[in-house]
Design a protein around this ligand. Structure first.
Ligand code: D5M
Ligand code: FE
Ligand code: ZN
Length: 553
């Protein structure tokens, strides 16, 4: 793509890891061959330069032209040609007083370059594909379990890890048990707000009575005249509730999923056989929720969906990410959270084998472990499984078994269940792979949840206080004595992956982050127009809960 505008020049430079003087950008943009000149300016700049200056550009202009495109470094040219194809999702801060920092390299350059002034000529936060990491100030950098010595992470405490706790055998009464537990815990969250009337005693209240009740959504149907009939179930039975189509709350019916827990208030019909609904309540996150933050400046990289073993795994992007973690700039990144799909797995989807680079699942984990060794040894790593990993598919998914742990042991990662609540320097991070996001996106209208704005689908899960409400659809739920998928405590950060799209925003002050992936578009994704956000690492400031997204492709 030609670099005809200044903003594209800035974006390209940012991707290459440079700030730029405004005048340097103008010089490049107005030249006959901006792409080449940009490339040359980068070449003449010293290795440790952070800013491309007018002098660099002039020196480049004075050099003999280098017409041979073969001389253009691959990574660099792909970064430059990639200009403008970055994700379009903008950070969303619904309900937040403090919008998420939009320091996304591509995002911020797009805005800033248009508004750049002499006083603020430079744009930061690029990474530098294809270049060796900046000088680390004489500190020896080694890979694979080595220690630079500057990081001092505290091993995160994990609540709700059900690894080794599974009691389910799949018997019918266990399904009854898990739903009873769900109902008890989520209705407990709603009890303070409504005066619950058990389903089997509503009728006896008599026509015209005010009714409040809490139940799991058992059925949602539209009536012949277009109203909504919602059947709620509690431990005593079911009761039909009618939402009239012309009420404001009819809009909320779109958000309902089967098996989620809600409360309604309304009026009993004259014949006492149905409740006319006036209000629908969700367990939800209080609007006044105030997240905790770390008491020092420390960061965490939130990633997922590495998919090692797939032909589309982006090994180069991963290495750039790992290299960057070894730089001084990344010294404060002390934690790496990986929300599932470490490997591509085997037999996950039809015809998946045609795109496998490594066909043996154990070999896939061996290779994944090698890539993990590229990550600095003094970082704390926490990982949960996803639907491509070698654990049971039904959720909650226990953490990897001993054999896989052994394979991945070099870095001594914490391997826990999906979902898990992880305490990182006082910030509680709910990690969940995200299979239910497919379901939320399929069931809800696009403005409430879509692949382009995956964080909005995450808001729905926070609102329902359950990571996978609907049972029996795409999401498989394992029967356990306890419903591990209920969100008991409000997390400070909610981290998911799975849909391979990058998106983040705040919901009632909780930061929802869906990390992208490290796998380029697969044939299947191409056939259904899924355009993955591959090679990005969202970096979270644990002391401010601000986010920066770094790009490594
Ligand atoms: O899935 C990544 C995303 O792509 C997620 O939204 C599901 C979707 N996906 C990928 N392959 C398939 C097939 N074969 N059928 C249906 N949906 C699919 P992940 O599971 O993380 O690879
Ligand atoms: Fe995935
Ligand atoms: Zn997945």
């Amino acid at each position: 793509m030609p670099l005809e505008t200044s903003s594209r020049v800035v974006q390209a430079l940012t991707r290459l890891g440079y700030n730029a003087q405004r005048e340097a950008v103008t010089l490049i943009a107005e030249s006959d061959a901006p792409e080449l000149l940009l490339q040359e300016a980068v070449e003449v700049a010293p290795d440790d330069a952070l800013v491309i200056t007018v002098d660099h550009v002039r020196t480049a202009q004075d050099r003999d032209p280098v017409p041979d495109p073969a001389g253009v470094d691959d990574a660099t040219s792909s970064a430059a040609s990639d200009v403008g194809t970055t994700p379009t999702n903008t950070p969303d801060s619904a309900g937040a007083t403090d919008p998420v920092d939009t320091a996304d390299a591509s995002e911020s350059t797009a805005h800033d370059s248009a508004a750049s002034t002499a006083a603020d000529p430079s744009i930061s936060t690029g990474t530098e594909p294809g270049k060796s990491p900046p000088d680390t100030g004489g500190v020896p950098v080694e890979t694979g379990g080595s220690t630079i010595g500057s990081r001092s992470p505290t091993p995160p405490a994990v609540a709700n890890d059900m690894t080794g706790q599974s009691t389910g055998t799949g018997a019918y009464d266990e399904f009854v048990g898990v739903f009873r537990d769900r109902y008890e815990r989520l209705s407990g969250q709603l009890r303070g707000r409504v005066n619950h009337r058990p389903a089997d005693s509503i009728e006896a209240m008599g026509g015209g009575a005010d009714v409040e009740t809490i139940g799991l959504v058992n059925d949602i149907r539209s009536t012949a005249s277009g109203h909504w009939l919602i059947e709620l179930e509690d431990t005593t039975g079911t009761f039909p509730c009618l939402v009239m189509k012309d009420r404001d709350i009819a809009d909320l019916v779109d958000e309902l999923l089967l098996d989620e827990c809600i409360a309604i208030s309304g009026t009993l019909a004259d014949d006492a056989g149905i409740v006319f609904v006036d209000a629908i309540h969700f367990p939800d996150v209080p609007r006044t929720y105030r997240p905790s933050t770390a008491d020092r400046h420390v960061q965490a990289a939130l990633i997922s969906d590495v998919h090692v073993g797939s032909q589309e795994f982006l090994a180069d992007a991963w290495s750039r990410f790992a290299d960057w973690l070894h730089t001084e700039e990344a010294e404060t990144v002390e934690y790496l959270l990986i929300a599932g799909d470490m490997v591509e797995g085997v037999g996950v989807y039809p015809n998946q084998d045609e795109e496998l680079d490594i066909i043996d699942i154990y070999d896939q984990y061996e290779t994944f472990a090698e890539h993990l060794k590229e990550v600095p040894g003094d970082m704390e790593i926490v990982m949960i499984p996803g639907n491509h990993d070698a654990v049971r598919l039904a959720e909650p998914q226990p953490g990897f078994d001993e054999e896989l742990r052994e394979i991945m042991s070099a870095h001594d990662p914490q391997i826990v269940s999906n979902p898990a609540m992880v305490d990182v320097e006082g910030v509680s991070v709910l990690m969940y792979h995200g299979v239910s996001l497919d379901e939320v996106i399929a069931e809800l209208p696009a403005e409430k949840a879509s692949y382009d704005e995956p964080h909005k689908a995450m808001y729905q899960l926070l609102k329902k206080r359950h990571v996978a409400p609907q049972f029996g659809g795409r999401t498989r739920v394992a029967p356990e004595e306890r419903d591990y998928l209920v969100i008991d405590e409000v997390p400070d950060v909610f981290h998911t992956g799975h849909v391979h799209k990058l998106g983040w925003g705040k919901y009632h002050n909780v930061l929802a982050v869906n990390s992208g992936c490290w796998q380029a578009q697969t044939d299947f994704q191409k056939s259904v127009n899924i355009d993955p956000d591959a090679g990005y690492a969202p970096i979270l400031d644990l002391d401010t809960l601000d986010m920066t997204v770094r790009k490594f492709v």
